[in-house]
Design a protein around this ligand. Structure first.
Ligand code: F6P
Length: 341
């Protein structure tokens, strides 16, 4: 019987289990068995494999995280590790691998496809929605909804205390979460990595609101955002934790207080955005991605990634998806600016 391997790599996010479940159901329909590779590509380095069947995938659709576990491996891997992956892939009797992950996981998959002839199909996962070649990666919608709910909650306390609330959300290279949660949550200023701002711009807009009698404001900031002339890491003695960039929210809050005299607080949402149950959209998208990934294995579309374009399932070369980050929609950013000041 033919075998498909599946792994989930890099940062976890809600919807991974929806993909795994759909892969197992569709693979069985196509006459494959599914081998679960534990903890991303690390599972092939450590030869940590197990059969995933309907018994294991039952009841996981609405569960966050991943039943396969994950790990962060930053490409390029060492030469020896690629060889070990290749050997364990052959030894495991797999005919293809479905790699569910973001930029790092897919780049490793692409290398293995190109230089070790491993048939890889990619599935786009990124709560930051930063992967090119697809309108959406799953996980993003849940993160936006979680962040929006948090902004709503911070809104009421900001208003009661006449304070400025700075809310730092995820988004290392792209500001999708800040932009969409900011619009949905009625933010008064949104800072994204794509458009560095002067602190004067933020403060002028908050002062304009005060003049209109609005003594509170909400400022949403991507973790990768920048304030021109300031370096969050230098000024706040930043210590990097894993992939987190960190502490831009704190820098902006300090600068706002210094420049306006308004009492300011900061909330860093962090991994709360990655936990818990996926939204209906992410469950459906994850399910569609898993189904399509198996179809691509059957059609031998290797070196490609599942993609969602104009609400249709398609495929793109992995190379295209990881070449550069998908930056925010500028029209949407301009729309958000209408609500500043
Ligand atoms: O890449 C997704 C992401 O959630 C980023 O937004 C964030 O910077 C990073 O992962 C956090 O990584 P870690 O879980 O390793 O701290």
């Amino acid at each position: 019987m033919q075998k498909i391997g599946i792994l989930t790599g890099g940062a976890d996010c809600p919807g991974l289990n929806s993909v795994i479940r759909a892969v197992v159901h569709k693979a069985m329909q196509e006459g494959y068995v599914v081998t679960g590779i534990k903890n991303g590509w690390m599972g092939l380095i450590e030869n940590d494999l197990r059969i995933v069947d309907l018994r294991l995938t039952s009841g996981i659709l609405d569960r966050g995280g991943t039943i396969l576990g994950t790990s962060r491996l930053i490409p390029p891997l060492q030469e020896g590790q690629m060889q070990v992956i290749h050997e364990n892939f052959r030894r495991g009797g797999m005919d293809a691998i479905i790699a569910v992950g973001g930029e790092d996981t897919l780049k490793i998959g692409l290398e293995l496809f190109r230089h070790y002839d491993i048939p890889v199909v990619g599935v786009p996962k990124s709560i930051d929605n930063a992967l090119s070649g697809t309108d959406y990666a799953f996980g993003f919608d849940t993160a936006v909804n979680v962040a929006t709910e948090c902004i709503d909650r911070l809104h009421t306390t900001a208003e009661s205390h006449h304070r400025i609330m700075v809310i730092e959300v995820m988004g290392r290279y792209t500001g999708w979460i800040a932009l969409e949660a900011g619009i949905a949550g009625g933010a008064h200023f949104i800072c994204v990595p794509e458009f560095p701002v002067h602190i004067e711009n933020i403060c002028d807009s908050l002062k304009a609101r005060h003049k209109r009698g609005k003594t509170f404001s909400i400022v949403v900031v991507s973790e990768g955002a920048r304030v021109l002339g300031h370096d969050a890491r230098m000024e706040l003695d930043d210590r990097r934790h894993g992939h987190r960039v960190g502490r831009i929210g704190e820098l902006i809050a300090n600068l706002i207080e210094e420049n306006t005299g308004y009492e300011t607080r900061v909330s860093v949402l962090g991994h709360i955005q990655r936990g818990g149950s996926p939204t209906a959209f992410d469950r459906i998208t994850g399910t569609r991605f898993g189904f399509k990934a198996v179809e691509m294995v059957v059609a031998k579309k290797f070196g490609e990634m599942v993609s969602l374009r104009d609400n249709k399932m398609r495929s793109v070369k992995i190379e295209e998806a990881v070449r550069q980050h998908k930056t925010i929609d500028e029209d949407l950013y301009r729309l958000a600016q209408t609500f500043s000041g």
